[in-house]
Design a protein. Sequence first.
Length: 254
Amino acid sequence: MSAYVQPAALANSAKLNRSWVTKAAALGLVNPSTLDGEDLIVVRVFAFVDQLVWPGKSRSRSEARVMEPWQSLAVNAARAAARDPATRLDSILWVAPDGVEVTHEPGAHSAFVLGRPRSMFVAVPLGEWIAELPPNLETLFHWPRQIMESSVALDDSTTVSLRAFSTVPRLVTVFASTVAPLQEAAYAKVIQHVTAQHPGLTIRLIEWLSPNTRSQWAELYELPGGGIVRRPLDRSTLLDEFGPQLKRLNPGTA
């Protein structure tokens, strides 16, 4: 599980009044003794659906706090999505008076909307909310764990910042932050540096150039006969894989 967080800190991270954490705890939605990032998502969704009133319905502020079935379904779906490896940055939680659904890609989003032409529903950007979780509160469903933050000097004036993440067994993904494309000698030096700290692992190297360059992200491969090639990567694809970890990277300087 993620690191424990105090109720007040959890409410602040969710951009909510602490009373929402208290209400969620009173309803048994979260346990204040074991709060984590997953609970932050639950509280945020709970606060949203608790204030949602469908057209034609009314609700008194003095009304007893009892969750309606569709609200319980929404909160439970949010928790399940926070544990689901299918959840991605684009994932949406659809909430309707008669039920909820989670979709993970544009085609499924469109199918849901087109399948309910006369229905009331709202879309909760669940994937974005999960990606916004602060450090140490990430859900554990698929965000890789950072295992190294370092730098390597290529020469007297050039340094490359490195961050490595454990993705699948025996594989480490390294982001090399630099303002200029890595050449063959620099590539070899980075690989040597990472191998010395994490021997026996396969290394995947992703070059991150400064934002003012045309192609910001690229995966680097060493050719058998010498030289390296680059495969451009899309930022949204990387966000799906690395989530909030990617948002905390900073471009290097040279």
